[in-house]
Design a protein around this ligand. Structure first.
Ligand code: URP
Ligand code: ZN
Ligand code: ZN
Length: 467
């Protein structure tokens, strides 16, 4: 397939190279898929030269939490592998990790086959899978080792909510943790208390409280704090490394603070929306459906906690939980908030939003930016240093970024397959200009130069070898 892509060498000249630890002006020489030299005034003849003077040169972003073409709440997320990974590239994200959902009663292998059917030959950017275990039993137990050692799928997602569809109980959680630990993997968790949420949803519906605001009121902070605490306690008991996805609030982060005192391997992801949007959006009547996601947006005080958590090293990753639905799909819940498909689009916006709202507003440093958006996802999920940094031998996944260019976000100009933007009209400073993926120019001049099928499945290492 890759034959139509030539093997041109590329020299990126005079850029300001930013990694999680470094900041220097240099040239980068790329041959084939990888970086082969980095230095000042490199005297090498390349097939193509890119002038990056005045620009930042950073590793390609890695978004380890996306849902592409996912069957969910009676419909499918509206970006597929082609549209989703292409939109990601436009926004400087060169690799995503998607979630395979095991069907209860079926094997993990059947789910993997289904997801391979969606992804193979369709991705434009690189990708991997987390395996969501929704039914842990003696058969599933036997599949864990194979997933880790043969398939390169080393992280296993669990849901403590979505009762009746995806949720597993604590008994299954403990069993899965023991098996995953034994084989060198990592457990991801959607940590909210499914029973409490179920109770509150039912109560609000019975009281005729059916607007999007009640989605928010059905998932108060305590539902997340309690489940996060329970998860870290179970992980402590089984010695299994854990990764809490889309953590949103102070109460949940405090549970992690306690875990770090016990020297546990617990990693935390938040998502861009929880850092910059808040629950006042649910007061906009049904328009609030644009931001119906689980967990819901929180309070301003939680945003402050999350920014501080990033700087304290407690929040390790900023992802998106990209799970887009067309407005018509959101209307499925017009008369009942519990039927609004949960999720919002952001795969294309994460890197620019985090730069503009985080770096540009002085909340995080440039190095921290690269750490949480590129390097930590690669380290935690077993891909470092192939992915997530700029170093000799690493994949040439590179973003050339203008830190001063101003632009605005809109559904009219984005590339995600969704007819609204959660950030319509937001004015940003800092724009992705050129993106390279494994040595090929992927985005230039606001055009995607790669076709579907270029994106490769990336087998990941055992987590125990990396963290
Ligand atoms: O609302 C969300 N988050 N939708 C996607 C599924 C999940 O819980 O991550
Ligand atoms: Zn979730
Ligand atoms: Zn998700």
């Amino acid at each position: 397939m890759v034959t139509k892509y030539n093997n041109m060498s590329i020299l990126i000249k005079n850029g300001r190279v930013i990694t999680a630890t470094d900041d220097y002006i240099a040239d980068i020489f790329i041959e084939g898929e990888t970086i082969s030299a980095i230095g000042k005034n490199l005297n090498i003849k390349a097939d193509k030269e890119i002038d990056a003077a005045g620009k930042l040169v950073m590793p390609g972003g890695i978004d380890p939490h996306v849902h592409l073409d996912m069957p969910f709440m009676g419909t499918y997320s509206s970006d597929n592998y082609e549209t989703g990974t292409r939109a990601a590239l436009y926004g400087g994200t060169t690799m995503v990790i998607d979630f395979i959902l095991q069907k209860q009663g079926n094997s993990l292998q059947a789910a993997l086959d289904e997801w391979n059917g969606r992804a193979t030959g369709n991705a434009v950017g690189d990708y991997s899978f987390h395996m969501a275990v929704t039914d842990f039993n003696e058969h599933t137990r036997k599949e864990i080792k194979h997933m880790i050692e043969e398939e390169g799928i080393t992280s296993f997602k669990t849901f403590m909510a979505y009762k009746g569809a995806l949720m597993i109980d604590d008994r299954q959680m403990i069993g899965l943790m023991e098996e995953v630990k034994k084989n060198g993997g990592l457990i991801n968790v959607h940590a909210t208390n499914g029973d409490m949420i179920d109770y509150l949803i039912q109560k609000h519906r019975e009281e005729g409280k059916l607007s999007p605001l009640y989605h928010y009121l059905s998932q108060p902070e305590v539902t997340e704090a309690e489940a996060s605490e329970r998860f870290v306690d179970m992980a402590n008991y089984t010695h299994c490394p854990g990764y809490i996805v889309h953590l949103t609030c102070e109460g949940a982060l405090n549970a992690v603070r306690n875990a770090t005192k016990r020297n546990q391997k617990i990693f935390v992801e938040t998502c861009i929306q929880y850092l910059i949007l808040d629950a006042s959006l649910y007061e906009k009547d049904f328009e609030g459906a644009k931001w119906v996601m689980s967990p819901p947006l929180r309070e301003k005080k939680d945003q402050e906690t999350l920014w501080a958590g990033i700087n304290q090293g407690l929040v390790n990753v900023v992802a998106t939980d990209h799970c887009p639905f067309m407005w018509e799909q959101k209307l499925m819940g017009k008369d009942d908030f519990s039927k609004i498909p949960n999720g919002h689009p952001a795969i294309e916006n994460r890197m620019e939003l985090l730069f503009s709202e985080g770096v540009n507003k002085g909340k995080i440093t440039l190095n921290k930016y690269v750490e949480v958006a590129c390097t930590n996802p690669a380290k935690i999920f077993g891909m470092f240093p192939k992915k997530g940094t700029i170093a000799i031998g690493s994949d040439a996944d590179i973003v050339i970024f203008d830190p001063n260019e101003k632009h605005s976000l809109s559904a009219a100009t984005h590339h995600m397959n969704v007819d609204y933007s959660g950030y319509e009209g937001w004015e940003l400073t800092g724009k992705v200009k050129t993106v390279l993926l494994r040595g090929q120019v992927a985005i230039d001049n606001n055009t995607c130069l790669l076709e579907k099928g270029y994106g490769k499945f990336i087998k990941r290492n055992k987590v125990s070898q990396v963290i």
